[in-house]
Design a protein around this ligand. Sequence first.
Ligand code: BGP
Length: 460
Amino acid sequence: MKIEFPKPFFWGAASSATQSEGRQLTDGKGENIWDYASKEYNHRFYEGVTTEDTSYFYRDYQQDIQKMQDISFNSFRTSISWSRLIPNGTGAVNPEAVIFYNNIINEMIAKGVEPFINLYHFDMPMPLQKKGGFENKEVIEAYKQYAKTCFELFGDRVTYWFTFNEPMIPAEAGYLHDRHYPYVVDFKRAAMVLHNIILAHCEAVKVYREMKLAGKIGIIMDVIPVYPRSQNPADLDAAEMADLFYTKSVNDAILKGKYPTRLKEVLEEYDQLPEVTVADLALIAATKIDLLGINYYRPRRVKAKEGVPNPKGVFSPEWFFDEYVMPGRRMNTSRGIEIYPRGIYDIAKKIQVEYDNIDWFVSENGIGIEGEEAFIEEGIVQDDYRIDFLKEHLTYLNQAMKEGSNCLGYHMWTFVDCWSWGNAYKNRYGFYRLDLATGEKTVKKSGLWFKETVENNGFD
Ligand code: BGP
């Protein structure tokens, strides 16, 4: 069966500044939380490997963008590093960064690769983190000024802007689950961070509208679709709670202009409501985006929580549900997550039904595999497993589009194997293999398959 996509369709991949640029503290770049944590909390990094070199996009951008063209990308998402552009977070702009970001944007356009530019991918400038990061309202103002600077500098050529990648993660990983700096575990602070990130998003959209630029602005969400173990009321309720905390909290605020009532009730009951003003809610209600990115990696299988919430421990969404292992599930053992291609269809339907069928695209989807060198034959990683993964997900996406979903494109995570927040280079995701010893980047079999798919706008 031939799977065909409508034309035009955005084909490409995604990456982020901190995970790909390298040269973290040269050419005027300021320190961000990753640079700082690399030194002060190195033991928390996988094998102590930090962001210093990554996949050298800062150095190799010309060859890299050529490599994008070689496998027929028509679009690519990366982020601007706030601390490279504005080293202190506020104030003076770094001229070397302006040159770099101008260069990559111009180079992409020259090679027929539409730049999708994201403003924030987990990388708070350290001077602002010292002031409390997104817990501090002043940082919302600083972010707004940073966004405005980006729009002024690059808005004449960049059509697709995104305010945040996965707004939930800096709050959840940094303030609740002890994975990102500042390694705090406190639900109320996490909720404050998330609320302020949503406000910062709204402020950036507002500035963008005021500037009357011709492009589009949106946000990139991580969505983990929730599946209850059964249709029993207790399992259904647990699923609803997981969805409320981890998805609807942000999605409803951004796409419906309001927080879910039940979430508010639960937070009130447990005295966990962050400070939210009437003006905040009005700003959220007034903000509309043009385009939504969805990062999809895995489903969440949920069952009713055994026992009652524990009022003594740190309040957590996990008080209200348990995850369970679905019998017969397919696993990506390298990353320890379930592979469930149908999830992409379910997300598409949800956007169609609950979120006004807004224009969206798959902004990340991919498979991280450990030990890919074992699959090298004749100098190429023979990653048939990745091709199968892509085909399955794209087939479900295609089905949803035939049923009316307004999906505009598909970006795989990622272009060249890059550094990961949790696993450094253990799991490889790229269309190109990165040789860590030489810095050489070699196309994988999936990259060649992707080229053919883009050229045919589909596959058999
Ligand atoms: C997404 C992030 C990316 C990337 C990806 C892969 O959630 O937006 O930055 O890291 O996940 O995950 P990991 O690196 O943990 O394997």
